[in-house]
Design a protein around this ligand. Structure first.
Ligand code: FES
Length: 103
């Protein structure tokens, strides 16, 4: 776990514990966290691969302005995971290329 638990001048209010799935692996998060934050807290740094050269991309701007965090969420590609809240039971996958809708 790599989640900030305490801070000298900030306080954190945590939502209730939930579980979600990253490439089939069950992980823990707190309600109110973004998907990208929950993945980061679980040690996941590579969120997608670029379309042309398949280079790994991770969290970059964290404010929805780039496309570094695009992932497949519950079968929907191109979800900005730095802006999308994690939900109980959610299925998240690394996106390869431009992303395709799953059947
Ligand atoms: S990290 Fe830039 S849009 Fe999510």
């Amino acid at each position: 776990m790599e989640r900030i638990e305490s801070h000298p001048i900030l306080t954190f209010e945590r939502g209730k514990k939930i579980r979600f799935f990253f490439e089939g692996r069950e992980l823990m998060a707190y309600e109110g966290e973004t998907i990208a934050a929950a993945l980061h807290a679980n040690g996941i740094r590579v969120l997608r691969y670029t379309p042309k050269k398949a280079r790994p991309q991770g969290l970059f701007c964290a404010i929805g302005k780039c496309s570094s965090c695009l992932m497949e969420v519950d079968g929907i590609p191109n979800v900005r995971t730095c802006m999308t809240l994690v939900k109980d039971g959610m299925a998240v996958r690394r996106q390869k290329g431009r992303g395709e809708f799953l059947d």
